[in-house]
Design a protein around this ligand. Structure first.
Ligand code: ADP
Length: 279
């Protein structure tokens, strides 16, 4: 059995006593070294989950464990070393005047020697493909590049989990691809769990597991393929089904027997070729 990294046990949360519950009795586990996508419509509670994981807020009911330790006021500072977060807006995340200063910032006051800091800056910029931009000023970077630097800043402190909260949603299609490519490489190369939070079903394809939120509750957990088969419910809970998946559905309506749920257009094409060769 894989080791548990994050455990939500019957977690309920509301921002104030007067407001409705935004998370209701949520229980799930994230294991070491896995990639989990958390998806849901706007307002379904995804960002609240991210804030709870990093101890920015605490649940009124239930318990959250990170590496077996309960998240509370006493443990929160050490837990934040293990939980790295990258947020939506690339422009709010820059603090340094150059790329390397920015990556260094998170390491300050953590007792790293100068040599160790330099080594970590090099290594984490290389991991996101930004090593040639060390001395570049942030305003010269594209949105995708800024987010890659933000990811490098988090990697430099070697967290156990990297959480991307809608980290691609302000980027153009090219920036989005850059980020998905970057995180996929990182997940392959490093001992690290990855949690990508998104409202875009196109971005869950590469995850090992998907948790679907609806109105503060977990609607379903499964592999991307399992989730994509439930198109009707996905639409009902306010998610846009990816084009390839909709196309496969339409083809089935025309009696074309697409058996496997395609995750991308290559898979659909493959299946159509196989069918064609049997005709
Ligand atoms: P998502 O990330 O899925 O869009 P959120 O976790 O941001 O959802 O929000 C869940 C619900 O909590 C929403 O109804 C939102 O309006 C409410 N909410 C979020 N942040 C706050 C806050 N700081 N104070 C009060 N309500 C909030």
């Amino acid at each position: 059995m894989e080791n548990k990294l994050i455990e939500f046990r019957n977690v309920s949360f509301r921002y104030t006593d007067e407001q409705p519950w935004v998370l209701k009795d949520c229980s799930f586990t994230i294991y070491e070294n896995e990639w989990v996508a958390i998806i849901g419509h706007n307002g379904s509670g995804k960002s609240t989950i991210a804030k709870l994981m990093n101890g920015l807020i605490f649940p009124q009911e239930g318990e959250i464990l990170i590496g077996g330790r309960a998240v509370n006021e006493e443990t929160v500072w050490s837990i934040r070393h293990d939980v790295g977060m990258v947020f939506q807006n690339p422009d709010n995340q820059f603090v340094g005047t150059t790329v390397q200063d920015d990556v260094a910032f998170g390491m300050e006051n953590r007792g790293f020697s100068r040599d160790e800091m330099i080594r970590r800056i090099e290594e984490s910029l290389a991991a996101v493909g930004m090593q040639d931009y060390r001395l570049t000023e942030p305003y010269r970077l594209s949105g995708g590049q800024k987010q890659r630097v933000a990811i490098a800043g988090v990697l430099a402190i070697s967290p156990q989990v990297l959480i991307l909260d809608e980290a691609t949603s302000m980027l153009d299609p090219r920036g989005r691809l850059e980020i998905m490519h970057t995180v996929s490489n990182i997940q392959t190369d490093r001992d690290l769990s990855l949690i990508t939070i998104t409202h875009d079903l196109n971005e869950v394809v590469q995850a090992g597991r998907v948790i679907v939120m609806n109105k503060g509750e977990i609607w379903k957990e499964g592999t991307p393929r399992e989730i994509f088969t439930e198109k009707k419910v996905l639409r009902q809970i306010g998610l846009d089904v990816p084009f390839t998946s909709t196309l496969a559905e339409e083809l089935r309506n025309y009696q074309i027997p697409i058996e496997m749920e395609p995750l991308n257009h290559e898979e659909l094409l493959e299946e159509l070729w196989t069918l064609h060769s049997k005709m």
